[in-house]
Design a binder for this molecule. Structure first.
Ligand SMILES: [Zn+2]
Length: 271
């Protein structure tokens, strides 16, 4: 056999072996699931314009959607596969780029996650702007007494989900010019809020993770519902949560009395 033809045979058998990692008839195979989830997320407006990303950990393999692709048209052959322990790619589609979200997904996998979702949901972005305007840059998004809060897990190592009367807190980090540069602040937020399964990124979107695909998807849907509701509540001047401090009580009282005052009054006294 000629040396050239031997090399061709060897490289095509490597490619076939790598394809085995993502080609399966099972709808539950991570590569098929990621494509199916991305189609849904595209239709819900979360990952349009190639934004966002999705990843699943299965045993020692991490499956990751590529960067800059039309999310609704993605195929299993487009999926990257990484070894969880070595962080080396076991499969890299040659014409595609790995997701810029990868370092952030890995931060969640190091916390024990089984699935990570990143969306550019407009409701998530709006909530980050409302918190900044009304409560300041250091504040979390906080809400309570909303039924859908029951779709949010209590926290790492804790059994079950939050209850109706529990306060949901989601930290917010500032955006950066490049997605991968969010890693350090995301890890900082995870450390500061160990119960959080989600981190909002100002003017950008949200990173969420869960123990498995079902939990991550349920959380993502629950939070998006809550964010949309929160934006609409703000329009109606309804509070997201009961004030916990004297200043908060004053704010609540002031908010309920300022609808007829000139806007200058309001912004001077209500930061
Ligand atoms: Zn993004």
């Amino acid at each position: 056999m000629a040396a050239e033809s031997f090399e061709e045979d060897a490289s095509s058998s490597v490619a076939a072996k790598e394809d085995e990692l993502v080609i399966s008839d099972s709808a539950q195979h991570p590569a098929n699931l990621i494509c199916e989830l991305c189609r849904k997320f595209y239709n819900w407006g979360w990952v349009t314009g190639t934004g966002g990303g999705t990843s699943i950990r299965h045993g020692d393999h991490i499956f990751i959607a590529p960067s800059g692709v039309q999310k609704e048209m993605m195929q299993p052959r487009d999926i990257f596969v990484m070894d969880f322990h070595t962080r080396n790619y076991l499969r890299r589609p040659p014409s595609l780029k790995p997701s810029a979200c990868t370092p952030l997904f890995l931060a969640a996998y190091d916390q024990g996650a089984g699935c990570c979702i990143h969306t550019h949901s407009q409701w998530a972005v709006l909530v980050t702007l409302l918190v900044e305007r009304d409560l300041g840059k250091d504040a979390c998004f906080e809400i309570e007494c909303i039924e859908q809060i029951k779709g949010v897990p209590k926290g790492k190592g804790k059994q079950g989900n939050l209850g109706y009367y529990d306060r949901l807190r989601i930290p917010i980090i500032e955006n950066t010019a490049h997605e991968e540069d969010l890693k350090d602040t995301l890890e900082g937020a995870i450390k500061k809020y160990p119960d959080a399964y989600a981190v909002l990124v100002r003017r950008h979107g949200i990173y969420i993770w869960g123990d498995n695909v079902v939990k991550a998807k349920t959380l993502c849907e629950s939070l998006d519902y809550i964010f949309q509701l929160a934006v609409e509540m703000r329009k109606q001047k309804l509070l997201w949560a009961k004030p916990q401090t004297t200043w908060g009580k004053f704010q609540a009282w002031f908010e309920s009395t300022t609808t007829t005052l000139p806007s200058g009054y309001h912004t001077q006294l209500y930061p």
